[in-house]
Design a protein around this ligand. Structure first.
Ligand code: CO
Length: 205
């Protein structure tokens, strides 16, 4: 710390005080600078003092490579796999590799949490990765009565029911549907879950 930074801090406080009657807390309140990113000093101060809190909605859902990330691959047996969904808004696996010898494949989803479907619903939706965002957005528009999957959405290769804690569901689809040029992803279409609940799915070469 130096006199210069102390002066900057004082300037920030003054700037914040001058800017807004809506947020009286001092600079220590990390919410204040985020809400009023009006000056370069105000933006620098919180970044240096404290990392931004985890914000799932702000994570760039760029694709399965980043989302599946550190999670294990699904265990596949007899052209089927079982994955888990949790109350922590997570799938247990980050990727699913389908043996090329399979003609059909079954994904079973176990919701191992306890929260009800309305609060922590999970499903598995399979689409081309390039369609994922738009399918999720249209699912959101379709609403809870459609279990957040737009009816007859041709971009949806397969999807399970939406389930709550303690429930299980599954879906079976032709493997050839994933051989039209990928990459493909699986994700949960419950509102807000896409960023954290997605992974890659592909047919092995
Ligand atoms: Co979910």
């Amino acid at each position: 710390m130096s006199i210069k930074s102390a002066t900057l801090t004082a300037a920030c406080l003054l700037a914040l005080a001058a800017c807004g009657g809506e947020s009286p807390p001092p600079a220590e309140d990390t919410a204040a600078p985020a809400a009023t990113p009006t000056g370069p000093d105000a933006a620098e101060a919180p970044a240096a003092s404290a990392p931004a809190p985890a914000a799932p909605a702000a994570e760039p859902p760029t694709g399965p490579a980043s989302a599946g990330g550190d999670k294990p691959a699904a265990v596949v047996t007899d052209c089927a796999t079982t994955i888990e969904g949790t109350d922590g808004m997570q799938f247990s696996v980050g990727s699913i590799a389908i043996p090329a010898s399979c003609t059909e494949f079954t994904i079973t989803l176990n919701h191992i949490g306890q929260m009800p479907e309305a609060a922590m619903g999970h499903n598995v939706v399979v689409t081309a990765t390039s369609d994922m965002q738009a399918v999720a957005a249209d699912g959101l528009g379709a609403g809870a009565e459609s279990e957040y999957v737009k009816p007859d959405d041709e971009r949806v290769i397969a999807h399970t029911e939406m389930i709550g804690g303690g429930e299980t569901t599954s879906v079976t689809f032709p493997v050839s549907d994933l051989q039209g040029g990928g990459p493909y992803s699986f994700f949960c279409s419950f509102p807000g879950h896409l960023a954290l609940m997605q992974g890659s799915i592909e047919v092995e070469q």
